[in-house]
Design a protein around this ligand. Structure first.
Ligand code: ADP
Ligand code: MG
Length: 733
């Protein structure tokens, strides 16, 4: 058996092992050695107390400022002793309790004024002062020789609990490291040599018991590389296995439906659309399934690229499925596809083009009769294009010959859903995944490492100006001006969106099936009033003298799907002037006549969300106005987000800001909810070079040893990783 799999009870005292198991779930030597320090402290570098957050469990370096003599409690049995720690500027209190005053002798000896300690506890505010509740501490300099030798060393701070404070964990780690002879390496020797990495045991020593910061860096580099390598090996295997899969080649035909469609396009393709179109056509013509991610900013014309691919597949005798994240969007895709195709979509109907196919919609909310018909059209092959929501994934949905799956705005679909659709085809269908969220290259390599990437880096010409203004909500005159602006546009025959952060008083701000989606509302750590709801704002707009006469409707995820679709359809047809909604309009909605986007409490939205919302206007060649209403100050994090939106419309630029403001763990979550970050050490942004290196090395290794038969330790690590991912997925489901 691997030494790392030994139970901790074989290395530590029974109480220590039990404590680590109970408090932190650490059972084996491996568990403990991979319980890595979260940060490092240094003697002499006091932790800034003002940066503490109430409710957090913390470990800080601080100096004893004052120790008040122990005293008996007035109203109860027992005694207490109070100690004040400081960082030279602010202070934090510790209170110890005991049965009698005499029992504090130990604390009094240890906590003499002026001494530095490592202290831990939960941050609380008590009588207006900072406290560490249930405190524990460890003197940093106890005058012993040992301590002097250790004086310059970084102090590892572990994820800890009240009962298992950081220094107890450190002690246990040291004990275990001291008797660990060897740690099998999952990395092949060549890779270790080439990348100049420490061996695993040396790396673990370096991060747990560093002599200096350079040690920490060397150790972490090895562990990061290892993590990246295991992940990239798993992805390389996935790529290799899909390269072995067979798909039906769908070759472009000069006399087909796709060619007929191209011939009647009212505008030329952008250069980027043409280029990506060629990439996709080449993929579709191959006998391996296409696995392609199409990135393009809002309005770059992804839908057209997808439609041309779908028509090529129909020409090749197959069917295409288009999967949309919401019913609103699926319905819109049906409308716009049918309109764009004209008589080319009138297959089986009188007056249909001779090459024509049928386009059908399949969503969860359809009536039984319509649903039965759509199912039949898909199963018989009569429908060349089937557009739908998650309902397409259900088991009883069958296709005659599914050749292509297009996933629109993919971040709402995980790998498992992709696989569910692929399972519906006799041979593996081609796959095109589209996203408007610009994804940095390394994130794409990490999260979508099994997909090829195409980028639409060019917007169609004639994109109108959109003016973006941040409007202070406290200023009545400005707010008044917002509604007048909406009215002015309506008077010109144009339309407006008004978007709110929640539906009404009693929702938590989440839209179950709609655009509200995956992006967590930004948490800027400030306490604010709840955001105005659709139900509040629609009343304001209905009563305001400027807008009261307009045709106003609401749209949100709690409406019946038929009503939602009806509002959206009437808005698209120009029969509604103002739609007050949640972020259900965020993704992909296309109404060219809409020229105003008002976002109420804009600070409650993330950058990409706001960018998506703004992308809804300025589409039909009409200049647009985007009004971001907010109460926050300009310099706050939320204020900075809004300033950035005012300053630029470049989606990639904004994505960079967004990523900077998010915590690392959220980055992957935003990119794809189906694979929330489970990275331990690796930062997809800051470790770009490590990821790229590891990817190249892992690809080479998998090409040489596809089943990892000659790399058993690596094979085990990959298996462990993959099963971990699946478990995490199941936990969420
Ligand atoms: P997105 O990439 O955000 O999904 P859409 O596919 O919705 O963008 O396209 C935005 C708008 O641009 C649509 O109205 C579409 O008809 C139009 N469009 C697409 N390609 C072109 C082009 N090459 N020239 C002009 N307009 C185009
Ligand atoms: Mg779109």
């Amino acid at each position: 058996m691997d030494e790392l799999d030994a139970p901790l009870s074989s290395r530590l005292t029974a109480p220590s092992a039990a404590l680590l198991a109970k408090e932190l779930g650490l059972e084996t030597v491996r568990d403990l050695l991979w319980h890595l320090p979260r940060r490092y402290a240094e003697r002499g570098q006091l932790t800034p107390i003002r940066q503490l957050t109430a409710g957090d469990d913390v470990t800080i370096v601080a100096q004893v400022v004052r120790t008040s003599p122990p005293r008996r409690m007035r109203n109860r049995d027992g005694a207490l002793m109070q100690v004040t720690l400081g960082d030279g500027r602010d202070t934090v209190g510790l209170t110890f309790f005991a049965r009698s005053v005499r029992q504090f002798a130990h604390h009094e000896r240890q906590l003499r004024e002026g001494r530095q300690v490592l202290a831990s506890g939960r941050v609380e505010v008590f009588n207006g002062a900072w406290q560490l509740a249930r405190p524990d501490y460890q003197p940093l300099d106890d005058g012993s020789e040992d301590a002097a030798a250790l004086a310059d060393r970084p102090i590892p701070l572990y994820p800890a609990t009240g009962k298992a404070p950081s220094w107890k964990i450190a002690k246990a780690v040291q004990t275990v490291l001291g008797v660990t002879g060897q740690v099998p390496d999952v990395l092949p020797g060549e890779v270790v040599a080439q990348a100049g990495l420490l061996d695993p045991l040396a790396a673990l020593r370096a991060v747990h018991t560093p002599r200096d910061r350079a040690d920490v860096a060397r150790g972490q580099r090895r562990l990061r590389y290892e993590e990246a390598f295991v992940l990239q090996t798993a992805l390389a295997q996935r790529r290799a296995s899909s390269a072995r899969e067979r798909a039906v080649p769908r070759v472009r035909r000069p006399d087909g439906l796709a060619a007929a469609f191209d011939a009647r396009l009212p505008f030329p393709l952008t250069g980027a659309q043409a280029r990506v179109g060629e990439e996709i056509a080449a993929d579709l013509a191959r006998a391996q399934p296409m696995q392609r991610l199409l990135q393009g900013d809002v309005g770059s014309g992804k839908t057209l690229v997808a439609l041309r691919a779908m028509l090529t597949v129909v020409d090749g005798g197959g069917q295409a499925a288009l999967l949309a994240p919401t019913e609103v969007l699926a319905a819109q895709h049906l409308r716009s596809t049918t309109a764009a195709l004209g008589d080319l979509a009138a297959g089986g109907l009188l007056g249909g083009h001779e090459l024509a196919t049928r386009v059908v919609l399949l969503t969860g909310s359809m009536g039984a009769a319509a649903r039965r018909e759509a199912l039949l059209a898909a199963a018989s092959g009569e429908a060349g294009i089937v557009i739908g929501t998650h309902a397409l994934l259900e088991e009883h949905v069958r296709f005659a010959d599914l050749g292509l799956v297009v996933v629109d705005e993919q971040h709402r679909f995980g790998v498992e859903q992709r696989d569910a659709l692929r399972a519906k085809a006799a041979s593996v269908p081609h796959l095109l995944v589209m996203t408007a969220t610009p994804i940095p290259r390394t994130v794409a390599m990490t999260v979508f490492g099994d997909l090829e990437t195409s980028v639409l880096d060019e917007l169609p010409p004639g994109r109108a100006e959109v003016t973006t203004v941040a409007v202070p909500m406290q200023n009545e005159a400005w707010v008044d001006r917002v509604w007048r602006r909406v009215a002015e546009e309506a008077a010109l025959g144009r339309q407006a969106y008004v978007v709110c952060a929640r539906i009404d008083g009693d929702d938590a701000g989440k839209e179950p099936d709609d655009g509200g989606g995956d992006e967590p509302p930004p948490d800027d750590g400030e306490k604010r009033r709840p955001p105005l709801a659709v139900s509040d704002v629609v009343e304001i707009v209905r009563r305001h003298p400027a807008t009261a006469h307009l045709r106003i409707e609401v749209l949100h995820g709690r409406l019946a799907p038929a009503d939602k679709d009806d509002v959206m359809r009437r808005f698209a047809a120009g029969e509604v002037d103002v739609v007050v909604s949640t972020t259900v309009v965020e993704v992909g909605v296309d109404v060219p006549n809409a020229s105003v986007m008002v976002v109420v409490d804009a600070d409650r939205f993330g950058v990409s969300q706001l960018h998506q919302l703004r992308g809804r206007i300025g589409r039909g060649g009409l200049p647009g106005t985007c009004l971001l209403m907010t109460e926050v100050a300009e310099g706050s994090p939320a204020g900075q987000r809004l300033s950035a939106l005012v300053a630029t419309r470049d989606g990639f630029e904004l994505a960079r800001l967004d990523l900077e403001q998010r915590r690392e763990g959220d980055v992957l979550g935003a990119a794809q909810s189906g694979r929330r970050s489970s990275l331990r050490l690796l930062g997809v942004l800051k470790d770009a070079d490590v990821i790229a290196d590891a990817r190249a090395a892992a690809s080479a290794l998998v090409a040489d040893d596809p089943d990892l038969a000659r790399h058993p330790a690596l094979a085990a690590a990959v298996a462990d990783r993959v099963s971990g991912e699946t478990e995490r997925f199941l936990e969420r489901a």
